[in-house]
Ligand binder design. Structure first.
Ligand SMILES: Nc1nc2c([nH]c(=O)n2[C@H]2C[C@H](O)[C@@H](COP(=O)(O)OP(=O)(O)OP(=O)(O)O)O2)c(=O)[nH]1
Ligand SMILES: [Mg+2]
Length: 319
């Protein structure tokens, strides 16, 4: 059996969202491939400790703000320059550090825009990680029905100014013509910003109304045979079977709900973080927790292996 190697991996993130990749130096297996800085966890060492030690050894910096994220297992085949092995990668976000970056192992550095990678090839185990990083940590869901259109659009503008990047329009109460009118307003408001909009409806209607994406409810998800063409596609999931379906279709993201009790579904008790985390184990597509989420839950969701959180209420309420 191939040996299991535990690895601490540092995703250094700048305030604008760009992250650092480094090339693997000559002399190591998979030389020339791009990876996040990091390295093997020593026997008896905690992943956090390994992360700090490797950052010092490879980059000459000391992380001061660390957020645990996904753990990912991957089987590497034997190659011309490396033996077969199974890695368990412990990914961490590092958003603050002390010291200046230095290439202490002769590696090259490249800061990457999450949606426009300009180096390759990246280590194969990282493919789903890059995919997840191309989406933001917060997914907003519209709430025109409760807030009224005027108040919602005002709150949306505020969130766009603060960097909102992913929005679902979910207004099931609207007839076709009202939905079309609202869509025109929302899409033109979002156009100057770097925010992608998904319509909770059918792929056909999303395309017809000019959305970049569609969000499938769980019923629609289960009837899909392939991922809709030319649309960023998300889906709502409430159980393991639906999550698996979203993954089999290679959707861009999925919501898992309800994580916590929520006023929109008072009858449901919520999965709780432990069960939530268990259900995400082994999934490769980016997942957002939904249900009772507030902005401060992002770190808990990420520590559970999610990309982040989705909010329909708290995001529109200004502190
Ligand atoms: N650092 C890092 N390693 C990764 C990533 N993705 C991925 O599959 N790996 C794999 C490649 C290697 O098999 C393993 C890390 O081992 P490594 O050779 O970098 O370990 P190290 O820095 O401690 O170096 P060494 O001195 O032991 O050679 O994890 C990644 O993004 N960053
Ligand atoms: Mg290394």
């Amino acid at each position: 059996m191939a040996k299991l190697v535990q690895v601490a991996v540092a995703i250094l993130i700048r305030p604008n969202g760009d992250y650092l990749l480094a090339s693997r130096p000559d002399g190591k297996g998979w030389a020339g491939w791009w990876e996040f800085p990091g390295g093997k966890i020593e026997t008896g060492e905690s992943p956090e400790h390994a992360l700090i030690r490797e950052s010092q050894e490879e980059l000459g910096i000391t992380p001061t703000r660390i957020q645990p994220w996904i753990k990912r297992r991957y089987d590497y085949p034997a190659t011309h320059d490396a033996e077969a092995k199974t890695v368990l990668l412990h990914f961490f976000f590092v958003s603050e550090w002390q010291g200046e970056l230095q290439a202490r192992e002769g590696q090259q550095f490249a800061w990457q825009h999450p949606q426009k990678l300009n180096v390759s090839p990246v280590l194969p185990a990282n493919a789903p990680i890059m995919q997840a990083l191309s989406l933001p940590s917060v997914y907003a869901i519209s709430n025109v029905q409760k807030m009224g259109e005027h108040t919602f659009l005002q709150a949306l503008r505020k969130q766009l100014d603060q960097g909102l990047q992913l929005l679902q329009i979910r207004e099931l109460q609207l007839d076709e013509s009202n939905l079309s009118q609202l869509s025109t307003k929302v899409l033109s408001l979002c156009a100057p910003y770097d925010c992608r909009c998904l319509l909770n409806s059918s792929p056909e209607q999303a395309l017809q109304l000019g959305y970049q994406g569609v969000h499938l409810n769980s019923q629609r998800l289960m009837t899909m045979i392939t991922k809709p063409d030319n649309l960023l596609t998300g889906a709502s999931c409430h159980d393991a079977e639906q999550l698996q379906k979203a993954q089999d279709l290679k959707l861009d993201c999925a919501l898992l709900s309800p994580v916590l009790p929520t006023s929109s579904h008072p009858e449901a008790s919520g999965l709780g973080w432990e069960k939530f985390s268990e259900m995400l184990n082994g999934l490769e597509i980016p997942i957002y927790g939904l249900g009772g989420m507030r902005p401060e839950h992002v770190s808990q969701a990420q520590a559970s292996g999610a990309r982040g959180i989705a909010m329909q209420r708290a995001i529109w309420i200004q502190p």
